[in-house]
Design a protein around this ligand. Structure first.
Ligand code: GLA
Length: 387
């Protein structure tokens, strides 16, 4: 892979002198969805698939970007200072945003860069291809300019960039999961204070299977921001009757006790999801630690129901994948993962049932939706690195 990427760099940029090759993973969230901007818990893990980059400094005062996933765009060249979001730069607004964020935070980028990217995460699938590009770019800046920034700061700068430069009010989960990824472990992160713990995932006799709906998110970003403001509205109402900082501070019982303070009934069900999902995540990690994978699976299923009925971010594609998965032998748990509105599902499937799972769920999906889903049996990998 390293050699192929370097050769491609040479073709695109003329020579490959002084280049280094980097990798950052994608992520999948096992449970804890739409809790990260509500001060709740999440439980994601980094994957072995992700984004590669070949990079070097240049002395031309420009940033040159090239993606093997968007070859038709060719090399995109922008000044190495005064970064601005320009819709025609398309995917390059992610790396540009990270460079902008580092400069905003006082880390001066003193020269231009030539960077070639290649990702093997399906685009727009909800496995965080964009956060992977962001964290990878931050990691390249840290390495090439020797910035004294740790991986959690890198994640925070990338989130800042996505919020302020790309206009998506995302939480910290994706960037954190990618920056802090650890092979065969998921990260139990409390987004209220960024305290975290690694939990080993040894799915004895079972595998993680991702099903990609191939439905592009489309209006997802604006609906995402809308969900976020509905939670904020509910929180503001609740704070008039109870002293809390985040929805994640409440147990289910406390939520039911104060629920009537939330004026808008839609905001009330959105908040209900955030509170219950946070508690489910805490329970799921406890079950996993106790070796009770069945309970973990049931909590995954309950998470999907809540995302479908209360948070309303699933849609017919994700519901078909998950509901058909539930009917299959050997499925321990199945749910949508990521922001929703399209994207992927994650299922824990017994080894011997994986083939029939892929066939049966794939057939049912094609029959009902009219086009095919893609399936990936994934492994949990490490965070960013030089390769
Ligand atoms: C997207 C966001 C995350 C998180 C999830 C939903 O992936 O980037 O911050 O909010 O949606 O859990």
């Amino acid at each position: 892979m390293k050699q192929q990427l370097t050769q491609k760099f040479e073709k695109v940029f003329g020579d490959a002198e002084d280049t280094k090759v980097y990798f950052a993973p994608g992520r999948v969230n096992l449970i804890g969805e739409h809790t990260d901007y509500n001060g709740g818990h999440v439980f994601p893990c980094a994957l072995t698939i992700g984004t590669y980059a070949v990079a070097r400094k240049n002395s031309d005062g420009v940033m040159r970007f090239y993606s093997m996933n968007f070859e038709k765009m060719g090399v995109v060249t922008v000044p190495a200072k005064d970064f601005a979001n320009n819709p025609t730069d398309d995917w390059c607004n992610y790396p540009k945003g990270v460079m902008w964020a580092f400069s905003q935070k006082g880390y001066e980028i003193t020269s231009g860069l030539d960077i070639l990217y290649f990702g093997n995460i399906p685009n727009g699938s909800g496995l965080s291809s964009s956060a992977s590009i962001e964290v990878l770019t931050g990691f390249i800046l840290m390495d090439l300019f020797g910035f004294d920034v740790d991986m959690i700061q890198n994640a925070l700068f990338c989130q800042y960039s996505e919020n302020q430069f790309n206009g998506v009010n995302c939480g910290i989960m994706d960037q954190f999961a990618i920056a802090m990824g650890k092979k065969d472990h998921a990260i139990f992160l409390d987004t209220a204070d960024l305290s975290y713990e690694y939990a080993p995932i040894s799915l004895e006799g079972a595998k993680l299977v991702i099903a990609c709906s191939n439905k592009k998110r489309g209006l997802g970003d604006s609906k995402y921001n809308e969900r976020r403001s509905q939670c904020e509205e509910a929180l503001a109402d609740l704070r008039r009757v109870v002293d809390i900082k985040n929805l994640g501070d409440l147990t289910e019982e406390q939520f039911e006790q104060y629920r009537s303070a939330i004026k808008d009934p839609v905001c009330a069900v959105r908040a209900k999801h955030a509170v219950y999902e946070n508690q489910r995540t805490i329970k799921a990690v406890a079950a996993l630690k106790a070796g009770d994978i069945q309970t973990f699976g049931q909590l995954m299923n309950a998470s999907h129901v809540s995302l479908r009925d209360d948070y309303e971010v699933t849609g017919v594609e994700l519901d078909t994948l998950v509901e058909t998965a539930w009917e299959q032998e050997g499925v321990i748990g199945s749910r949508m993962t990521g922001a929703g509105f399209g994207g992927c599902t994650v299922s824990i499937v017994r080894d011997e049932a994986v083939d029939s799972f892929i066939k049966n769920v794939g057939d049912a999906y094609k029959e009902k939706i009219g086009y095919a889903a893609d399936f990936y049996v994934v492994r949990i990998g490490d965070g960013p690195r030089v390769i």
